[in-house]
Write a protein that binds this ligand. Structure first.
Ligand code: UD1
Ligand code: CA
Length: 458
């Protein structure tokens, strides 16, 4: 049977005190609702119906899905969770299984939902409901059960009696049932309750009254069903998630100097022997091969780093490839489309952009290498600048194998320095240099004896 999901995401989230729609706040570098959408598509959900309201246009523009069809349903007035589901009903395919999720409960896990779907399939006319036991259930809907322990309904906190407030089994909001049953129950909802809202939760008692069972399941981890209402809760959940990611990496053999000071905003795969120091931020897809060491305060985005390479403190690398046995930083910036081959040394305050640095090349200090091809074993002295931009277009600098570029050199592109050539310190290279030659453009030093410095006027 087809599985469809309804994700409720129309609420305002006023407690976030933010202009940004609540479900677009980010957790681990991805919006809350996008987390839920991605989990749905991993479950082979065929159609996903996203109920939007507050900030609808912004939400619609920001979310994506490639494997699953995403349908937007607008709920112009937020009359409650039952009403939100109601507006999505007309777009549901008939004879399907419906999974109801919340756009502000981002970390619900694939396996947990898979179990819930399987539970529902044991009792196709009933409801499978995700509940959870909390030490402090304040604010949540409570699960009521009869003497045999069978679910009888859900009572919202604001409607509950003092005895019911003591129940610590709560409704996470996540549930699963057949589309035709859902349509029938939703049609019978009313808003006679403390909040004057159409409560989705009332369908539980309806199913029970019809003699359809309500089966419950619990998430594998409590944090999976935690919802976000405030920026504090968002920050807390972010930390829980980050620690979870660090734990998984440690289980796979990564050493963290402090797993509580690590941020993964994408995916990181590591081979054996990887060591990561504090405050590293990883975005996009990052791969660290065997024995890579990452120093403190390093930012990595869409990078592959080869075996035994060392990235020193405060280095920034994005959209680049670093081969094995490289030594980069501290304070280096490797910008997009850099290809750093093996045994390259890049030192402090060096910026590299869209360049190939071949095996054994060295750029030790304070240099800019852009739009360049740097040959094997080239040595680039301190303060070297490739002048790649003429104000309109970018031009290429080619430095062939074994060339030596003295300190404080400007290479005015387009220009080629031939194999084994030497460029003297302080030179402005504005024409090609032949292989093996010495190139020097430096005013001859002169000296004026007994020089009188200017003095201040009285
Ligand atoms: C709901 C449940 C409660 C459960 C809790 C779990 C109901 C009546 N109550 O309460 O039993 O313990 O979630 O977190 O369902 N939304 C809409 N349109 C609306 C109203 C809500 O899209 O008209 C969306 C919100 O954006 C949010 C979700 O539904 O993503 C939950 O709404 P919220 O008002 O936060 O529900 P609670 O009162 O917390
Ligand atoms: Ca509410």
């Amino acid at each position: 049977m087809d599985i469809q999901s309804i994700i409720l995401a129309a609420g305002k989230g006023s407690r976030m005190k933010s202009q940004l729609p609540k479900v677009l706040h980010q957790l681990a570098g991805k919006s809350l609702v996008q987390h839920v959408i991605d989990t749905c598509s991993s479950l082979s959900v065929a159609h996903c119906h996203l109920v939007v309201g507050h900030g609808a246009d912004q939400v619609k523009q920001s979310v994506t899905s490639n494997r699953m069809q995403l349908h937007f349903v607008e709920q112009t007035e937020q009359l409650g969770t039952g009403h939100a589901v109601k507006v999505a009903l007309p777009s549901l395919k008939t004879d399907s299984l419906v999974l109801i999720l919340y756009g502000d409960v981002p970390l619900i896990h694939h396996d947990t939902l898979d179990d819930l779907i399987k539970l529902q399939q044991k009792n196709p006319q009933g409801i499978a409901l995700m509940t959870c036991f909390l030490d402090d259930p304040t604010g949540y809907g409570r699960i009521t059960r009869d003497d045999d322990g069978l679910v009888t309904g859900i009572v919202e906190h604001k409607d509950a009696t003092p005895e019911q407030h003591l129940i610590n089994e709560i409704n996470t909001g996540i549930m699963c049932c057949h589309s035709s049953q859902l349509k029938k129950w939703i049609a019978n909802l009313n808003n006679n309750n403390a909040q004057g809202e159409f409560y989705l939760t009332d369908i539980i008692a309806m199913a029970v009254a019809e003699g359809q069972g309500v089966a419950t399941a619990q998430p594998i981890n409590i944090y999976e069903t935690e919802g976000i209402n405030t920026l504090r809760q968002l920050a807390d959940l972010e930390r829980i998630w980050q620690r979870e990611m660090a734990n998984q990496l440690m289980d796979a053999g990564v050493t963290f100097r402090d797993p509580n000071r690590f941020d993964l905003r994408g995916s990181l795969t590591c081979e054996a022997g990887v060591v990561i120091d504090i405050n590293c931020v990883v975005e996009g897809n990052v791969q660290l091969k065997q024995d890579v060491h990452i120093g403190p305060n390093v930012y990595l985005k869409n990078v592959t780093i080869g075996e035994n390479s060392v990235i020193k403190a405060n280095t920034f690398i994005e959209n680049s490839q670093i081969a094995d046995h490289c030594d980069i930083g501290p304070f280096a910036r490797i910008r997009p489309e850099a290809q750093i081959k093996s045994n390259v040394h890049i030192g402090n305050f060096v910026e590299v952009k869209k360049s190939i640095l071949s095996e054994g090349a060295k750029v030790g200090h304070l240099s800019y290498v852009g739009d360049s091809e740097v040959g094997k074993n080239v040595n680039i002295g301190a303060g070297t600048i490739t002048c790649n931009y003429d104000g309109a277009n970018k031009h290429k600098t080619i430095i062939e194998d074994d060339a030596f570029i003295g300190s404080d050199t400007q290479l005015v592109a387009p220009v080629t320095v031939g194999k084994g050539a030497t460029v003297a310190a302080g030179t402005t290279v504005s024409a090609d240099v032949s292989p093996g030659a010495l190139c020097i453009s430096r005013v001859r030093q002169k000296q004026i004896e007994h020089w009188q410095r200017p003095t201040k006027k009285k």
